[in-house]
Design a protein around this ligand. Structure first.
Ligand code: THU
Length: 136
């Protein structure tokens, strides 16, 4: 199945009774596997999760780690772009040149690289390399 179709299909399962904005995401990994996710809202609004987070969780649970391409689909006239938090979540597993496609229900609307979507991403390069603190 193609990535767009997979994202569109999983979007049908979104739990979005509060926003009524259903989102589907599909990831293709560097080794050719595909993982999908949809947004899962909660009555305690901040506890809801985005479609991208669901797809990333499925990928990691299956033991895969490298996002080559990701597509996000919603019923939107303008390209739906991953929220700020999801950009950082995607950057954890996507190289700067990985493809991020934003789509409406009828197909692709825009395409960017991970680096274009999150320039200056916080990364391991920013972490000070010290030994873990001894809490004893
Ligand atoms: N949402 C996603 O799932 N992915 C995005 O990239 C943007 C927003 C969800 C969160 C919430 O359930 C709904 O869309 C409205 O913000």
């Amino acid at each position: 199945m193609d990535l767009f179709r997979a994202a569109k299909d999983v979007r049908e399962n979104a739990h979005a009774p509060y926003s009524n904005f259903r989102v589907g995401a599909a990831i293709r990994t560097a080794d050719g596997q595909m993982f999908t996710g949809c947004n899962v809202e909660n009555v305690a609004y901040p506890e809801g999760t985005c479609a991208e987070a669901g797809a990333i969780a499925a990928m990691v649970a299956a033991g895969a780690r490298e996002i080559a391409e990701v597509i996000v689909v919603a019923d939107s006239p303008v390209p739906i772009t991953p929220c700020g938090g999801c950009r950082q979540k995607l950057a954890e597993f996507a190289r700067p040149d990985a493809t991020v496609i934003m789509a409406g229900l009828h197909g692709e609307l825009a395409r960017m690289t991970m680096a274009e979507l999150l320039p200056g991403a916080f990364s391991t390069a920013h972490l000070r390399q010290t030994a873990p603190r001894d809490e004893g």
